[in-house]
Design a protein around this ligand. Structure first.
Ligand SMILES: [Zn+2]
Length: 250
């Protein structure tokens, strides 16, 4: 019973950091890694205005999806409009949490329409800043999206009538068992970050799987006391870590 890892890349958009991405993409292809790619359908977040927009963005996504990569819906504009943590316990900022269901539904629908215009269907929801609420879940279900990449557990689980693929870490760590999603933000990578990922891919290669592997081999059961215990322990640890970071930086 060894640990398995999914790799997720957030903030994929036409004006992202392509210099790093092109190197990264080559590494992923060479190692036959099939990551989750969290795509912002209509990015308005200026921090991702890094390179000139590529003209074949959607064609690239199509090719990745055909190669078994998972395309995720990562918000609509990626602009935070509330200071709401949503259902998880991370940052107090959200594009969705705290907004009424109808407004969220229309934002999500607008995002999905952009995918549709480009003949693509995202398979999983990835909330900007990990923040979304029950209204988001209701709206996602109405729109036919029944899978979330988020939540703290050591295994996929079903909760609020929705399937959750847990996401817990932002770099590889040696876990003894469980399914772990490692999330990367290549747009803000510093020198050495790509090299570290290459090292980790080499070390963990046989434990890295795709979302399709997870869905083919896991029976997703209703969240139970073990998932709840994991959630509260993990949230407690994250709160302490964030408090320590803010104390050290203030
Ligand atoms: Zn993001």
């Amino acid at each position: 019973m060894t640990a398995k890892y999914l790799i997720r890349f957030d903030d994929i958009c036409p004006t992202m950091n392509w210099d790093i991405w092109n190197e990264l993409e080559a590494v992923l292809i060479e190692n036959e890694i099939k990551p989750i790619i969290a795509v912002i359908p209509d990015n308005k977040d200026k921090s991702f205005f890094i390179n000139e927009p590529v003209s074949d963005f959607w064609a690239r996504l199509k090719k990745w999806q055909e190669n078994g990569w998972t395309i995720g819906l990562h918000g609509h504009h990626h602009q935070y409009v509330t200071q709401d943590r949503g259902l998880l316990c991370l940052k107090k900022q959200s594009e969705f949490a705290g907004i009424d269901e109808e407004t969220q539904y229309h934002k999500l629908q607008s995002g999905l329409n952009i995918f549709k215009e480009n003949n693509l269907t995202p398979e999983i929801w990835v909330a900007p800043s990990n923040s979304f609420d029950l209204q988001t879940i209701k709206a996602l279900k109405r729109l036919g999206l029944n899978l979330i990449s988020d939540g703290f557990s050591f295994r996929p689980f079903r909760h609020h009538d929705m399937n959750w693929i847990p996401h817990q870490v932002w770099r590889f760590r040696p876990f003894p068992f469980g399914l772990w999603t490692v999330c990367y933000h290549h747009n803000t990578w510093k020198p050495g970050d790509l090299e570290q990922l290459i090292k980790d891919i080499k070390k963990y290669r046989h434990q890295i799987i795709s979302l399709q592997d997870v869905l083919n081999h896991s029976e997703i059961k209703e969240r139970n006391y073990m998932d709840v215990m994991f959630h509260y322990t993990y949230c407690g640890a994250m709160q302490v870590k964030m408090w320590l970071n803010s104390s050290l930086n203030s």
